[in-house]
Design a protein around this ligand. Structure first.
Ligand code: GLY
Length: 352
């Protein structure tokens, strides 16, 4: 697969990634190699990574607990302490080996440690391959509020090795499909049509195209001043729903993709009401998403909490909630205001 060039770093695929990693380790003369993993990626992915790693550098593994619940500043402090205890310095390199929590948190840890050390992302989930590991967003949650603390910081390289996907449970693999669907809806109708006939064992070309799209958008607007906001399609309501489940003791957490899938159906509905997104396409979006994701019935009693959680969305300006909506596939409008009534109506549409 063809390497994709981001602003300051390459995104390599498979073997080429490991070959270029070896070159980089020689060129940059790093002092220590830190590998950030969680208990799952340490057991399931680290052995595969080690097989491809050829270096005489001292390697230190730092393990954190898996799960969004641990994507916080407390975990960062633990990692900073470990790097310090292991004698990390400004010539240390941090390799993140894991899903979105590991790549987001690891990138943030690296970019703050001694005002910034190099890091490399090796995403091991579909979600982190097509979204989190590319584009320079790093950070952690603040309580249940997603990604409230963070910085833009680019890795030295991203390595996409689809072999890691074999370690994933189906629910995790499916989660990443939400971002691929999003890229299709906002940017490439052909990709969306491919997803309609998606087979689980046939993800490689979807992954490559999806990363290309994300990269094209980020190259034009790295700091999300304008165009990059389109990558938030489905995420305004999706993040609020994800937070609702995260903060509830009775509800089982949703995967990021499950929440974004609901968000995309609701926001397509809102698009049909405000921007004349065609009813036929709305039905296609709903049908495609529900052929991949389970239908989760939202409790009406939770609607006010969802609306309330929207107040914390990072795209808000002057207290206004801003949505990305669709006129059509590949045709969007950013910074759309939506009434509370229509938001509730869209949640009812999803449930219907
Ligand atoms: N996940 C959206 C973005 O990277 O902008």
């Amino acid at each position: 697969m063809q390497t994709i060039q981001a602003a300051t770093y390459p995104i390599h695929f498979q073997q080429k990634g490991y070959q270029n990693l070896e070159k980089l380790l020689t060129q940059k003369k790093y002092s220590t190699l830190f590998i950030l993993v969680d208990e799952n990626t340490k057991q399931l992915c680290y052995p595969r990574f080690l097989k491809h790693l050829n270096t005489l550098l001292s390697i230190k593994i730092i393990e954190i607990k898996s799960g969004e619940i641990h994507k916080n500043l407390e975990t960062c402090v633990t990692v900073w302490n470990k790097i310090t205890d292991f004698g990390g310095d400004r010539k240390s390199l941090l390799i993140t080996l894991g899903g979105g929590v590991i790549t987001d948190l690891g990138g943030f840890v690296a970019s703050c440690f001694k005002r910034g050390i190099d890091f490399i992302n090796i995403p091991t989930t579909l979600l982190s391959m097509v979204d989190a590991s590319v584009g320079g967003k790093t950070g952690v949650d603040l309580g249940v509020l997603k990604n409230q603390i963070g910085v833009f910081a680019n890795p030295q390289m991203v390595i996409i090795d689809e072999g890691y996907l074999e370690t994933l449970a189906t629910r995790e693999l499916t989660s990443g499909m939400a971002e691929i669907i999003k890229h299709g809806l906002i940017y490439d109708a052909k990709l969306f049509n491919q997803i309609k006939v998606f087979k689980e064992q046939n993800t490689n070309s979807l992954i490559h195209r999806s990363i290309e799209i994300k990269n094209e958008v980020v190259l034009q607007d790295p700091k999300e001043k304008n165009l990059r906001k389109i990558l938030n399609f489905g995420h305004t309501l999706g993040h609020a729903i994800e937070s609702l489940y995260l903060e509830s003791d009775e509800k089982e957490n949703l995967t990021h993709g499950e929440a974004i899938a609901i968000g995309m159906i609701c926001e397509s509905y809102i698009s049909s009401k405000l921007l004349n997104f065609s009813l036929q396409k709305l039905a296609e979006v709903r049908e495609t998403i529900l052929s991949i994701f389970p239908k989760i019935i939202l409790q009406k009693t939770d609607f006010p909490t969802i609306v309330d959680l929207l107040k914390h969305d990072k795209k808000n300006v002057n207290g206004n909630v801003n949505f990305v909506l669709l006129y059509d596939l590949e045709d969007y409008k950013i910074d759309c205001k939506v009434s509370q009534e229509l938001i509730i109506e869209s949640l009812l549409y999803y449930n219907s």
